[in-house]
Design a protein around this ligand. Structure first.
Ligand code: ADP
Length: 414
């Protein structure tokens, strides 16, 4: 049984073809710059890789057609007929409060997803374009949506409500939703395994630090608060997103610049965060390197990122009461000992004792590692995330009827 995992962004389409029987990824790749200059497909199967430039890639449907042809290719593909693809799993960023778990995409679900798109205008429309393309190109494959928001639907009202006019929530669904759900789900289950306890007994603080950054408080195995909010813009400092700021700032700047709400949204989503602070870099490797060479703006960016993450640790430690472990994951969380050390040092009175040497030596390829000392009352883990595996297992569970929600479904990695 083969399952195709799709993740459609505004100008990209990432995919993995997974063989359920052999529990392995047969092919994977990405189409980039869809509808822009010089679109291309980078593809890899079990033993070969290739790059194709194709200027006709103007839509997600074109991109998916090319991907399917590649999967069928005699040299680079791994299937002989499209009927071998049993199901397609779609990563959907926003499920609103209507989708609390992964779901089969029926016509009714698709209608509802269309209505929810207004909540995530940057993310959901390309996700929907991917779903429509897959339905028309692979009409016989079953389609399942896996949401970034679903994992956080366990948050209590005290955490998900904003102190705003009640009508904004009632009429416009303005509330905290949270994102990166599949990543938080995966690493929380793995952390429970590393702690040797059932997930439902674990209190965790998870720091997913990639280009996007979110921190989640897990109590008794479920998400009870998370730093991203109504959109992925809230929370920690990110590559190009501002994270938390005084809500009066965008209104003030819109008036000062005499500009549109869209322009302010673009500035906060694409020109802020680490890019805004340094004025040149998004990639943490560049920023850390320049900071080491003495670049003041880069030093400030590193210090601000660490400071903000530490504040989230404090907030969530206070609300959880007992913390069993802090988990670092995603590009930076898995690879940057410097950022991890910055966030975790000085927290000894909270029961956090980092093994400094081991922490600095630990990168993603080290695999899951406990980077606190053995005696540390609060453990610190580096756990490489695996969002694709969650998606694949959810697809299988939804289709064979064994999936209910993440606390009752038996994941292979839990
Ligand atoms: P996303 O999925 O949100 O696009 P990733 O989880 O892939 O992001 O993380 C991307 C970030 O990880 C980039 O800022 C990159 O610089 C950072 N990163 C990768 N390797 C390292 C490293 N060795 N040290 C510091 N940062 C790293």
């Amino acid at each position: 049984m083969k399952i195709l995992a799709l993740n459609c962004g505004s100008s990209s389409l990432k995919y993995q073809l997974y063989d359920w029987k052999y529990k392995r990824v047969d092919c994977l790749g990405v189409v980039e710059k869809i509808g822009l200059d010089e679109p291309s497909l980078k593809h890899r199967n079990l033993d070969k890789s290739c790059t194709l430039k194709d200027s006709t890639l103007t839509t997600h449907a074109n991109a998916l057609t090319l991907v399917v042809n590649m999967l069928l290719d005699g040299i680079y593909g791994e299937i002989n007929s499209m009927s071998e693809i049993y199901a397609v799993g779609h990563r959907v960023v926003h499920g609103g409060d209507r989708f609390t778990r992964s779901t089969r995409i029926t016509d009714t679900a698709l209608d509802l997803l269309g209505k929810i798109s207004v909540l995530a205008p940057l993310h959901n429309p390309p996700n929907l374009a991917g779903i429509r393309a897959a339905k028309s190109i692979m009409p016989n494959a079953l389609q399942v949506a896996v949401f970034d928001t679903a994992f956080h639907q366990s948050m209590p009202e005290v955490a998900y409500q904003y102190a705003i006019p009640r009508k904004w929530y009632n009429d416009h669904h303005v509330r905290r939703y949270g994102f990166h759900g599949t990543s938080h789900l995966y690493v929380s289950k793995r952390a429970a395994v590393m702690l040797g306890k059932p997930a439902k007994e674990c209190n965790l603080i998870i720091m997913h630090i990639g280009n996007g950054v979110s921190v989640t408080a897990i109590k008794n195995g479920v998400s009870v608060d998370t730093s991203m909010g109504f959109t992925p813009l809230e929370g920690a400092i990110m590559g190009t997103r501002s994270g938390d700021l005084d809500p009066a700032i965008p209104l003030y700047m819109q008036q000062q610049l005499g500009t549109t709400a869209d322009a302010i949204s673009a500035a906060l989503n694409r020109e802020s965060g680490l890019l805004g602070i340094t004025d040149k870099y998004v990639d943490r490797r560049d920023i850390l390197q320049c900071a080491e060479k003495g670049d003041e703006q880069c030093k400030l960016a590193v210090d601000m990122e660490i400071y903000r993450l530490k504040k989230y640790f404090g907030m969530y430690a206070a609300t959880l009461g007992r913390v069993d472990a802090v988990v670092f994951t995603a590009g930076v969380g898995e690879n940057s000992g410097i950022i991890r050390q910055g966030v975790m040092e000085g927290l000894e009175h909270f029961g956090v004792f980092l093994d400094r040497e081991l922490n600095l030596a630990t990168v993603s390829s080290s695999g899951e590692t406990m980077i606190s000392t053995e005696e540390s009352p609060v453990k610190v883990f580096m756990i490489p995330t695996n969002e694709e595996l969650v998606l694949i297992e959810d697809v299988v569970g939804v289709l064979d009827g064994t999936y209910d929600d993440h606390m009752h479904y038996k994941y292979s990695f839990a």
